[in-house]
Design a protein. Structure first.
Length: 132
């Protein structure tokens, strides 16, 4: 679950980085020439897919500290953010879904998102991503 996104290419059996991007800037301290990342403030992505020339990232908008607190209290996170980037790493759009999920898929035409929801039983939810 890192807040970092990068795209690589393979050509002639050689791997080359096309670009990299830090989506959420981590908080850190510099002490005696050492960089220490504040893990409690760390944010990342719980899932990612590429479909129809777009990158879809699943996030819940929580820091690690907030995630642990949610887990301890037994409260359910009731939303999921989907951040969409093009293959150049440029932000395209975002969606706020009304349920918590990690596992998801996007239809080949990019108009539908399917998610596995666990609330309280497992089921598959269908979301329209169509933009008018």
């Amino acid at each position: 679950q890192f807040p970092y996104l990068s795209l690589y290419s393979i050509k002639d059996n050689k791997l080359s980085k096309l670009w990299e991007k830090m989506i959420f800037t981590p908080k850190y301290k510099l002490t005696n020439s050492w960089i220490k990342i504040d893990n409690e403030q760390f944010r990342g992505f719980s899932g990612s897919i590429i479909r129809n020339q777009l990158i879809y990232l699943c996030s819940h908008g929580l820091t690690k500290k907030e995630w642990i607190q949610e887990d301890k209290t037994g409260r359910k996170i009731n939303h999921t953010y989907i951040l969409v980037f093009n293959l150049k790493g440029e932000f395209v759009r975002s969606y706020v879904m009304d349920k918590y999920f990690i596992v998801f898929a996007v239809s080949p035409d990019g108009r539908t998102l399917y998610a596995v929801i666990d609330d309280p039983d497992l089921y598959i939810a269908k979301y329209s991503l169509y933009e008018k």
